[in-house]
Write a protein that binds this ligand. Structure first.
Ligand SMILES: [Zn+2]
Length: 158
């Protein structure tokens, strides 16, 4: 279906699409999600060669191509490496609903990890309190289901 607006611009509607899919997160990915779901704990995976700890977990260390198997505890607190504040409301592709604005999204270096973990960031009333290096902590949902969404967001820890 094609619609024309008052300025003579056309919008093409291709209809609704549903693209459900499933994929396996693997042995270590399952353990990573289970620790969050059942214990409010975040685990990383440690490279036996270079010692780097990655979250979310992965099977091979990128820099040295070494298979990894050792899960290690990582703090649910860390510091902001980068962030943005979203002020334009749009449909969240994971829920199909509009997420209230403003909300933040950031990269966090959790204590004990060598990689960045990205997630939502709660925006305080005084936005100047958000800065690169500020301490944050994970806020876990009460009712969890075994997904990254079991972490509601990160919030300032100070
Ligand atoms: Zn390595």
């Amino acid at each position: 279906m094609i619609e024309e607006n008052k300025q003579g611009l056309f919008t093409l509607h291709s209809g609704e699409a549903s693209q459900p899919y499933n994929y396996a997160v693997g042995t270590y990915g399952s353990k990573f999600l289970t620790e969050i779901r059942d214990h409010n704990r975040i685990v990383g995976i440690k490279c036996p060669k270079c010692g780097k700890v990655y979250i979310p977990v992965r099977q091979v260390c990128g820099p040295c191509f070494t298979p990894m198997q050792e899960l290690v505890p990582v703090a649910s607190e860390g510091k902001i490496v980068s962030f943005t504040i979203l002020r334009f409301q749009f449909l969240d592709p994971e829920t199909g609903e509009k997420k209230p604005v403003p909300y933040g999204y950031g990269f966090f270096k959790l204590d004990g990890a060598d990689s960045n973990f990205q997630h939502f960031l709660e925006v305080p009333e005084d936005e100047s309190r958000l800065w690169i290096g500020a301490r944050v902590k994970a806020v876990f949902k009460e009712k969890k289901e075994g997904s990254l969404r079991d972490i509601k967001h990160f919030t300032l820890a100070e």
